[in-house]
Write a protein of this length. Structure first.
Length: 160
């Protein structure tokens, strides 16, 4: 079972790297600026790169580290689902979506400076679709699947 876990974890490691590479390609090569939630949705993939690599490096605490990776993917599922809800106008945008754009109590000079800066992308604006689906929708499904896979990995550690 443990060699099966290594194969699964290697696959998640490769998939996380590929997911981040695609996200950065869409951002920097294709020019689609991510919103704040899109940036937050990258965290589980970055965390899995670091934590799964740590499993292979230290060869200890595999079940604990895998559980932390699971928590990151559950977090990613929730954030992505919330993002899809904002895109579909089921939820209103939160403060996370509006970071740095508050116009209250600004002087004329501050407001002018803010207008000259690049304005953040709204979380409800879908700037890139793949097969007609927003990246947040795709990420919701993938994060749920990866959470399920990590549950299987954790259960495998209990078997001898």
């Amino acid at each position: 079972m443990l060699s099966n876990n290594k194969l699964i974890l290697n696959s998640i490691l490769a998939f996380s790297f590929l997911s981040l590479a695609i996200a950065y390609f869409i951002q920097y090569i294709l020019g689609h600026e991510p919103c704040n939630l899109c940036l937050i949705e990258r965290i589980p993939y970055l965390a899995s790169l670091i934590l799964i690599s740590l499993i292979f490096i230290i060869n200890k605490f595999e079940k604990v580290i895998s559980s932390i990776v699971l928590l990151f993917f559950i977090f990613g599922s929730v954030v992505s689902f919330y993002h899809v809800g904002i895109e579909q106008e089921l939820f209103s945008e939160s403060l996370v979506c509006d970071l740095g754009t508050s116009k209250e109590n600004m002087s004329k000079e501050d407001l002018l400076k803010q207008l000259q800066k690049k304005t953040p992308i709204s979380c409800k604006d879908v700037t890139f679709k793949f097969f007609g689906l927003s990246l947040a929708t795709i990420n919701t499904v993938i994060s749920i699947l990866l959470s399920g896979i990590m549950i299987k990995v954790i259960k495998n550690y209990g078997k001898n």
